[in-house]
Design a protein around this ligand. Sequence first.
Ligand code: MG
Length: 400
Amino acid sequence: MILARYACNPAETRGRRFAEPDAPTRSAYQRDRDRIVHSTAFRRLVYKTQVFLNHEGDLFRTRLTHSLEVAQLARSMARSLRLNEDLVEAIALAHDLGHTPFGHAGQDALNACMAEHGGFEHNLQSLRVVDLLEECYPQFDGINLTFETREGILKHCSRDNARMLEAKEPGGVGHRFLTGTQPSLEAQLCNLADEIAYNAHDIDDGVRSGLISMEQLREVAIFDNFYCQVQRDFPELTARGKQRRLLFETIRRMLNAQVYDLIAMGNAALTAAQPDSADAVRASGPMLAFGSEMRALTTVLKQFLFRNLYRHPQVMQTNTLAKQIIGELFAEYMVAPQELPESYASATNGVLAVYEEPALHARVVADYIAGMTDRFASREHERLTGRRLLAELPVSETSC
Ligand code: MG
């Protein structure tokens, strides 16, 4: 397929932090994707929470399956817009590598622990994983990805952190947060693919868990429109035992509508603006967005999910325990660095750093905790405190 002029072209990459010869058979972005898939952090995603804890059921999304769904959507839209599929795949597969155990509850708790030591942001953490924390290569830390993949991974960044990045890497991935400019279209596309993916799969997981119902969802216009359409087309699906197909078909149509809206709006904006390169895209305003009608519909859906699923008392109860686990783990490692594995303890110069460089020690502790899977964090907490806060549920009760 011929790439559009405004797509990122691997032959024109801004390159890697450490120069390496080109691979003989793969483009720079294919190589980035391969490095991400082979990373330790990528394998951990399978045991990290999306909304439901990993042990709550076998069929709920995890960070890994979420990342795969984002990659599928992003690739499919990229092909249609003639953007670089390999680059969107790399960005999508890496976009959640820095997520803590226990989803957003874990990230909020770790951010609170790090309040006096520079805070914790999961997007910046994803960049730390690929730039620093992966230990694969003899010559450098991290997996040495191209600028364009790193640009897409750093989706948000505070001004303070952007200044810190800019000091280390002038004109690098932190720069756009200081100048208010845009990333590549591939990066913009991955953001939207992320949103389309979780809007769809959180409905599916929410209904499967029993925390929300299809009846409740009918108060959301975009759901109700397609639900009624599917019922009209397939009246037999209202029968008991056919409800899963009804739900799946409704979600499928909703998802398609968002994808087609985004492609149509993107094509219209690109035709009007005619950017002649990826850098021209970076210098313009955002070019990929839903149309105003679709934006309004998805906003109502998000608000519904927030109120009824993410803030469901059962989810909140688990979140409270998850925050307690993260907070107590952090406190333990801060006073007892000998409990950290050797590679982390040596990064802080052992006990000395606790007293002499508390911010450095805290960052090492945050890196270690952020890398944990849900179940490892839970077990490690039990080992250090003697208390088990999250009981693992028997699979038979929850797999449906
Ligand atoms: Mg995501």
